[in-house]
Design a protein around this ligand. Structure first.
Ligand code: SF4
Length: 242
């Protein structure tokens, strides 16, 4: 199967039909109790794993699960809870600043609208997308490293930046699956289509994947180091703000 773009709509439909059959209601693996704790967890998760964030927020949210309680902690009080997470100094400043803005300008409620969310400190397009999508407010496909890699390997996208990949996914993913596509692609990338040694032998969409031959069987053995390096480079997401 050749890696061509745009992908065949029947193939795309079958990919998402199988994702849905295997996991009809996918959700984020970040722990949260309300829109505010979801926003904080997503903001903390930039360049950190969900496990690292959950470990930190378990104790943090026990004492600060509202903007008022978080603002009362202040940067000094918040820092020890999140110091195990990358970029924690900046994240602490942003979380306290956004908590104060939510309190003072939005009556203590997280504004669940893209422009207002993205106006909060440290909240970029990707963070806003994850929050709005998780709460079922707006279909969004936040393109992180997993979504970027899996989309390329499956031939759902071929663009070189996360924003362009997101636009391509919106064009090719059928509407009924748009809200859940983000989760399926992330989970598939995290547990099956991993960056190193993807588990193609047990992949439920292997017969629909044009990249399978790069990793399995005779073709994989024959691929030159340069071809493998090129494929790995192409599937690596460029860094961006959030
Ligand atoms: S067949 Fe392999 S490369 Fe293709 S989606 Fe599955 S795990 Fe990823």
């Amino acid at each position: 199967m050749a890696l061509v773009y745009p992908p065949d709509p029947d193939r795309v439909e079958e990919i998402f039909r199988r994702f849905e059959k295997a996991d009809p209601n996918p959700h984020t693996e970040l722990d949260f109790a309300n829109p505010f704790t979801l926003l904080v967890a997503v903001a903390l998760s930039a360049q950190a794993t969900d496990k690292q964030v959950n470990k930190a927020t378990e104790k943090l949210f026990a004492v600060a699960d509202t903007p008022a309680k978080m603002a009362a902690l202040g940067v000094e009080g918040l820092t020890p809870y999140i110091s195990s997470i990358g970029l924690y100094r900046n994240k602490a400043k942003n979380v306290i600043a956004l908590s104060r803005i939510v309190l003072e300008q939005h009556g203590g409620k997280v504004p669940l609208e893209r422009a207002a969310l993205q106006a909060l400190p440290g909240v970029g397009r990707k963070t806003a997308s994850v929050v709005l999508n998780e709460l079922g407010i707006e279909p969004a496909i936040a393109v992180d490293t997993h979504v970027f890699r899996v989309s390329h390997r499956l031939g759902l996208a071929n663009a070189s930046t996360p924003d362009k990949v997101e636009q391509q996914l919106f064009r090719v993913v059928p509407e009924p699956w748009l809200t859940r596509a983000h989760h399926w692609l992330i989970l598939h990338g995290r547990y099956v289509c991993t960056a190193q040694r993807p588990k193609c032998e047990s992949c439920m969409i292997a017969d629909l994947c044009p990249s399978r031959g790069l990793f399995v069987g005779a073709a994989a053995g024959k691929a030159s180091p340069a071809t493998k390096r090129k494929a790995a480079k192409k599937a690596r997401v460029p860094r961006r703000k959030d």
